[in-house]
Design a protein around this ligand. Sequence first.
Ligand SMILES: *Cc1c(COP(=O)(O)O)cnc(C)c1O
Length: 222
Amino acid sequence: MSIKNSIIKLKAEIPEFVSLVAVSKTKPNEAIMEAYEIGHRIFGENKVQDLSAKFESLPKDIEWHFIGHLQRNKVKFIAPFVSLIHAVDSLRLLKKINDEAKKNNRVIKCLLQMHIAEEDTKFGLNLSALKEILNNAEFKELKNISIVGLMGMASYSNDDLQVKKEFEFLKSCFEDVKINYFNKSDDFKEISMGMSGDYKIAIEAGSTMIRLGSIIFGARNY
Ligand SMILES: *Cc1c(COP(=O)(O)O)cnc(C)c1O
């Protein structure tokens, strides 16, 4: 199926409150423009260098999401324009993002990444480490970042029940954190979960943001 048709089909299928991040990593500008031409504006990249190059050469009304593991020394390259950073998993990184956002006179939206999968190769916080960040006095001083929700990646598995359990766990953590830390804030509302292979399960479990790559753009060009 073409990129255009895949996006049209997905948008017809997913509920209105779920946003679609088109994960364009490793794909050329032409592929992104195909999606852009039918009105899609939210794209995700996981390498700072690629994201910066694409930002430079593509239309400026694109909303760029950074979805990969972000190194602190590279935050400065994306701070001027990035619209959401999905995978923040330390206070040190948050402080760096805050500093760079301040230099650019912006507030940068971030999601805290939780470790929900069985494999221990993936990044992310457990619930108590996440709460430690939120309770930290230094965190409360950060005025140039806004925590808008949580993000997680399920196990890479054919066991749908296991995947469902992991997404439901992330949803329950979201509810817990919302009630205990963001009760007065309307900004904390996103649960970024679901990829090409498991987005339907993620939506059933309460996802508000799915990150889809290969189902839109085809297999990746490494
Ligand atoms: C690559 C990637 C995706 C998209 O993966 P697909 O399986 O191709 O949909 C989603 N989220 C993250 C964090 C990724 O790195």
